[in-house]
Structures are given as structure tokens and as C-alpha cells.
Design a binder for this molecule. Structure first.
Ligand SMILES: NC(=O)c1ccc[n+]([C@@H]2O[C@H](COP(=O)([O-])OP(=O)(O)OC[C@H]3O[C@@H](n4cnc5c(N)ncnc54)[C@H](OP(=O)(O)O)[C@@H]3O)[C@@H](O)[C@H]2O)c1
Length: 396
């Protein structure tokens, strides 16, 4: 399906079959990998995936330049935010790192003409990790994520060296599917659980229509395993401590949840980019059909961590009734928590795995190891007291 760069349309199919055999072939004259000696533009460096990817690149490689586009916040400059994000980097921050203040939703990504020109003259690879990841509808997420991709694609098109555009999308952009293992070539649904996943699908359509060489990577649910940072820990897991407030919840204990640690994502991205050629232009980065965690197991681990036998029962959502709600959701904390959990129940109960067969076939013995959730959940829950979860649940 073709969609014009000015009018993104919801896509209905994932082409996903064209290879990228020319990417590293074109670059390999200068370097045996995708990073040493390269000029790289990375967005989202203050975030979970972008920050870990930047850290991994700095620790393992010596790019010629890494431009990171970042925003200031309150009194913190973009530079200090990126430096703080790199706090636990095992290597000192290299001269090649250039933090550039930018706002992706504005024209020219908010860059001054001179900086814009420098980036366009030199950039060879764009790693676009930035996105508004809020699940709240009506907060401008759809518009912001589409506009951001449109602006950075426009910049990529001005680049002298026709950069590879690596778009970190999301597996959940498949929309409202139920009880399936999804492959990259499967059709997406037109209905979505929220504007965020819809925006990622629509932005993918823009990337595909751009005429640039691109690589679309779709992580499943990414947890900040191994990182001590409350903001990242709570960003997805804030809902977990709330489970313990209830005697029963509308959850399918057998529903598969495709959850992965962030290091698995960054290692997969690096390994894919280091391949001499790629079979496909789109890959799930996921636990896959055989390594998903069941919802019942997640609840068991949460109960074990808090040493509390709540929830005692998981009621299949098809069987959850108004009477159950009245029985189990009584006090104000429970009402507040249940209201917030409603955003997450569709994802918890969708029973979907994203196949990682394509990734395995591509990476073979370079496929990163996937640790089980039980090996990294407790240190993350440690960072999220129930009071914080309740405060998070009360946010609009
Ligand atoms: N985490 C997951 O479970 C998951 C799963 C699948 C896919 N993904 C995808 O992976 C990518 C990274 O996700 P994440 O979890 O790392 O998200 P995150 O922690 O929320 O970080 C988002 C990053 O994007 C930046 N950003 C957002 N809007 C921007 C704008 N308009 N201009 C400039 N920068 C902007 C943020 O900057 P500020 O710090 O200034 O806000 C931050 O650096 C996203 O594309 C997301 O869709 C994430």
C-alpha cells in the first residue's frame, strides 16, 4: 500500500520481505561493523531503549560522530540529561558524542540551519528511538509521533549519503488481535487499543513510503532489567504492585505476555546492524511463541515478591461481571487502581506472542540470550512501592 508523506494512512499489510543487502555492503569498505568510524544520528537518548543503545555503542565501538538529538527539561539542559542517562557507562563519554537540542515535532526537528546542514552532510545511519509512549488517548500522542517521524524522514532525505533509517517501532502496532502468534508478514488490524500503537503503525507507513533504505524493528514489551531508575522501572511495571490490592482481577491466567529485557533489544539491534546483509526490512524483537510469560506466572511472581496472597483468583475476562466488580472493587484505592488498570487489561489478556523466528534465522549464533522474567523482575519491583503505583494510577 502506498501512502503519501503528507497523508499517512493506517496500513493494512506489512510488506516486510525486501532485503537490505546493499546496506552493509555499501558501508563495509570502511569498517567491519555498522558503528566504528560511522556518523550516527540517534534520537531518544534520554529514554530507555535509546539510552541503553547509546551506552552500548559507546562501550563497544568508536563511531566518528554520534549526534544525539535531545530536549531540555525543567532546569536540565539536553546535554546534562544525556550525560546523566549515561551515568553507568563503563567508558568515559567520547569526544564523538554531540548532544544537540532538538524537538522532533517542530519543523527541521527544531535545529538551527547550520547544525541541520552538518548532520545532513555527514550522517550515515539514523537510529530513531524517540516516541511519545503514553497510552493516554486524546493527549496528542498520535499527532506527535507521526509529525516526529515525518520531520526526521524529511531530514534523512536531505542527507548527502542516503542514510539507513532504523525505525524502532513496536510489536503492538498490530492492533487489536487476540490469541495468536503474530509474524512480521501478518496483516495488522485497523482497530487499536490506544493511539500510541496506532501512531507507530501509521509512522511505519511513512517510513516505508519514504524511498529511503530502512529497517523497522518491533520490540514487544520492554522492561528496564538491570537498570536502577525508578522512572524506567515504573513506566510499564507500575501496574504490577496494584494487583496485590485485590482479591480477584479480570485476568486470563493462561494469556501469553511477550516481555523482554532492554539488553536483549539493544543487543539484537546491534547484531542486526552488524550483519553483512539482511533478509528482511522488518523484524520482531520479542520473546516469541515459546518464551512468553503467562499472565498467571507474572501474578505469581508479584505475589511472591510482596509475600502476599492477593489476588487470590484470576477471573477470565469473559466471565467477569458487574457483580464481580461490586464484590472485589470496593474502597477508593481499589477503584482508583482498577480504573487505571483498565488501560492494561487488554494487553495482559490479548494472549499474543510475536514470533522471533525471523530474528533467529537472521542472527543464528549471534542471537542474544533471553533471560526469564523471574530472573530480573524482583529488582525492578523493588523500585516501585505500592504508594508510587497508586500515585501513578491517579495521574490523568
Ligand atoms: N518500552 C517499551 O516497552 C517499548 C516496546 C516496544 C517499542 N518501544 C518503542 O521503542 C522506542 C523507545 O521507547 P522507550 O521505552 O525508550 O521510550 P521512553 O523511555 O519513553 O523514551 C522516549 C524517548 O523519546 C524522546 N522523545 C519523545 N518525544 C520527543 C520529541 N517530540 N522530540 C524529541 N525527543 C522526544 C524522549 O525524550 P524526553 O526524555 O525529552 O521526553 C525520550 O528520550 C519508542 O519508539 C517506542 O515506541 C518501546
Amino acid at each position: 500500500m502506498h501512502s503519501s508523506p503528507t497523508t499517512p494512512a493506517p496500513y493494512s499489510t506489512f510488506p516486510g520481505t525486501e532485503g537490505l543487502s546493499t546496506f552493509n555492503a555499501g558501508l563495509s569498505a570502511a569498517s567491519p561493523n555498522a558503528f566504528d568510524g560511522r556518523n550516527i544520528l540517534l534520537t531518544g537518548a534520554t529514554g530507555l531503549i535509546g539510552g541503553e543503545l547509546l551506552k552500548a555503542i559507546i562501550e563497544r565501538y568508536n563511531p566518528n560522530a554520534i549526534y544525539t538529538l535531545a530536549r531540555g527539561r525543567h532546569n536540565a539542559t539536553p546535554e546534562s540529561r544525556v550525560v546523566t542517562r549515561l551515568a553507568h557507562c563503563t567508558k568515559s563519554i567520547p569526544e564523538s558524542l554531540q548532544v544537540i537540542e532538538g524537538e522532533l515535532t517542530t519543523a527541521n526537528c527544531g535545529l538551527n540551519p547550520q547544525v541541520y546542514k552538518t548532520i545532513c552532510d555527514t550522517t550515515e545511519v539514523i537510529l530513531h528511538c524517540a516516541a511519545d509512549t503514553s497510552f493516554l488517548d486524546g493527549a496528542g500522542v498520535l499527532e506527535a509521533n507521526i509529525e516526529s517521524v515525518r520531520n526526521i524522514l524529511e531530514m534523512a532525505k536531505q542527507c548527502a549519503k542516503m542514510p539507513l533509517f532504523v525505525y524502532v517501532s513496536t510489536a503492538a502496532n498490530v492492533g487489536q488481535v487476540q490469541s495468536r502468534t503474530i509474524c512480521e508478514s501478518d496483516d495488522a488490524e485497523t482497530e487499536h487499543h490506544n493511539e500510541y500503537t496506532q501512531s507507530k503503525g501509521m509512522a511505519e507507513a511513512l517510513v516505508r513510503a519514504s524511498g529511503l533504505p530502512y529497517l523497522i524493528l518491533r520490540p514487544s514489551i520492554v522492561l528496564s532489567a538491570g537498570i536502577t531508575d525508578q522512572t524506567f522501572a515504573k513506566s510499564i511495571l507500575w501496574c504490577a504492585p496494584l494487583f496485590t490490592l485485590f482479591n480477584a482481577l479480570p485476568m486470563n491466567a493462561d494469556s501469553r505476555i511477550d516481555v523482554i529485557p532492554v539488553s536483549y533489544v539493544t543487543d539484537s539491534i546491534i547484531e542486526l546492524l552488524n550483519q553483512p546483509s539482511l533478509e528482511h526490512d522488518c523484524y520482531y524483537i520479542s520473546a516469541g511463541a515459546h518464551n512468553c510469560t503467562l499472565a498467571g506466572e507474572v501474578v505469581r511472581l508479584v505475589k511472591e515478591f510482596y509475600a502476599i496472597d492477593c489476588p487470590k483468583a484470576l477471573v477470565h475476562p469473559d466471565k467477569w461481571t458487574g457483580a464481580d466488580y461490586k464484590q472485589y472493587v470496593k474502597n477508593s484505592d481499589q477503584r482508583k487502581a482498577f480504573f487505571a488498570l483498565r488501560y492494561y487489561f487488554p494487553f495482559i489478556n490479548m494472549d499474543v506472542a510475536y514470533s522471533n523466528e525471523r530474528l533467529k534465522q537472521q542472527l543464528k549464533d549471534r542471537m542474544p540470550a533471553l533471560p526469564p522474567l523471574s530472573s530480573y523482575l524482583a529488582p525492578l519491583l523493588q523500585q516501585i512501592p505500592v504508594s508510587l503505583s497508586l500515585a501513578e494510577a491517579a495521574r490523568p
